[in-house]
Design a protein around this ligand. Sequence first.
Ligand SMILES: CC(C)(COP(=O)(O)OP(=O)(O)OC[C@H]1O[C@@H](n2cnc3c(N)ncnc32)[C@H](O)[C@@H]1OP(=O)(O)O)[C@@H](O)C(=O)NCCC(=O)NCCS
Length: 201
Amino acid sequence: MTVSPLPYPLRLAGSGVVLREWRPEDLDDLVALLDEPDIARWTLMPSPFDVESGLAYLRRAHQGRVGGSRIQLAITTDGGSPLGEVLLFNVRSELHEAELGYLVGRPYRRRGLASAALSLLTGYAFDTLGLRRLLLRIDRGNTASMSVARRCGYRPAAEPPIQQAGPYGPTVLDTWEYVEGRPGTQQDRRRNVASRRYGRR
Ligand SMILES: CC(C)(COP(=O)(O)OP(=O)(O)OC[C@H]1O[C@@H](n2cnc3c(N)ncnc32)[C@H](O)[C@@H]1OP(=O)(O)O)[C@@H](O)C(=O)NCCC(=O)NCCS
């Protein structure tokens, strides 16, 4: 299918997670999730992330969704309370390429949620949107995010590092890619994530 505009609304379920649209009533949960040092450190969110930031964030998310320029979904286990977020943006239709991102609230980490959400959206981007190369930009110091990427079948790409100025000083982002056709990639992604949810190994 064509990827422009991106489908809205969207609900994706699999690997033990339900990805759903953000709702206005998620404001308090959103602020609680995003007002956190690791999120500020690795995603350059405003810090402190207060109610004003949350309102602006939800407004922008809604505009991006209605306009079809991005996918921005709350990570839940059952369609209820948001525990994190996964995104697809910077779509370059002519190259069949897009960028993805993710975050999970501190109390909900290390349960496989980010891996499940990234895997699900990666599969959707390939199987339904017809994208052929998916990218992550990950700070070299962000061990957790690199583990998520690796577990979902992403690998470091041969692209120059991106220098970025942040509130904690200069940072270097590496590009990770998920490319269809690499032997075993999709199978590995699904097997890894399915067998490792919530500590099942
Ligand atoms: C990165 C982040 C999304 C991981 O979420 P999560 O739900 O805890 O990740 P998962 O439970 O799916 O873990 C996946 C892998 O990461 C590893 N991991 C998770 N947190 C880790 C940490 N703090 N240190 C080392 N490894 C970590 C897990 O052990 C697992 O590795 P494995 O496959 O080798 O077992 C979360 O820590 C976060 O939101 N961080 C702040 C925002 C951020 O960095 N976003 C990414 C920007 S590129």
